[in-house]
Design a protein around this ligand. Structure first.
Ligand code: CTP
Ligand code: CA
Length: 238
């Protein structure tokens, strides 16, 4: 802090940020989507830009525009997000997966608009699983044996079996990313409404290597600044 390098710790760094929600088509006019607003991803991009990074911003549907100053790429489906992200990640110093990725997509996409008909049964939508992009990025890094910081995001709720943070720890181990930014959605708060589309936020940043958990609260930009600080601290000087 104070020196130009301290104020802009990501100068010379390539950062890939995914944001917004994917949409999985059912037919030419319909899709399965989610409530992601894209705001946290935009805040992360602004924060990374302010820190001097070169930002590739790969985004699905968002309620807000992509920020100025990024290299923006728009995608619809999880499979499109996957190819764009894997390509961009090949040369990136940091990959931040803030996008809300559909876990499943319709097994088939109807070429014509699905119609209601009185002479046949109502349709049942069969879903197939999408690839886990975060896990693939981690695998690619391992295969290339190169330095790259990989950051995941998760919104977790607790239940009768375990609390939100234990679920988050298990997810961090499963994914193998370096950091997992966890939005803890407490009991009594109405799940998705608490996180999606809101301007405020409270997160814990968990580290795979066991480094202490960092807590951050405030606007999405303040949370983003905290995430970028942790990232910059881990990267050190270029
Ligand atoms: N993610 C991904 N590819 C997917 C699903 C999720 O890259 N197909 C990423 C998200 O962008 C996020 C992280 O994985 O950074 C955690 O997403 P989350 O939905 O919490 O994890 P899942 O493994 O899908 O677990 P869950 O069953 O709880 O949804
Ligand atoms: Ca999921």
């Amino acid at each position: 802090a104070g020196s130009p390098a301290g104020a802009r710790p990501l100068v010379g760094r390539q950062v890939v940020i995914t944001a917004g929600g994917t949409r999985e088509p059912l037919d030419p006019v319909r899709f399965l989507g989610n409530k992601s607003s894209g705001k946290q991803g935009v805040a992360l991009a602004e924060s990374a830009l302010a820190a001097g990074a070169e930002v590739t911003f790969i985004h699905g549907h968002m309620d807000v525009p992509a920020p100025a100053g990024v290299k923006a790429q728009s995608i619809e489906t999880a499979l499109e997000l996957r190819s764009a992200t894997l390509a961009a990640a090949a040369t990136a110093d940091v990959v931040i997966m803030a996008a809300a990725v559909a876990d499943f997509r319709p097994a088939t996409i109807s070429t014509g608009k699905i119609k209601k008909r009185d002479d046949v049964a109502d349709p049942v939508i069969k879903l197939v699983r999408n690839p886990d992009i975060l896990v693939e990025i981690v695998a690619h890094r391992a295969a290339q044996n190169r330095a790259q910081l990989i950051v995941g995001f998760a919104a977790e709720t607790g239940d009768s079996e375990s609390d939100a943070l234990s679920y988050a720890q298990a997810k961090l181990q499963r994914k193998g990313c370096d950091l997992l930014v966890v939005n803890e959605v407490g009991p009594g708060e109405s799940g998705t409404e608490k996180v999606f589309g809101q301007d405020g936020n409270r997160v814990e940043i968990l580290a795979l290597d066991g480094a202490g958990t960092v807590q951050a609260a405030g606007s999405k930009r303040e949370v983003a600044d905290a995430v970028v600080r942790v990232i910059a601290g881990r990267l050190g000087s270029p």
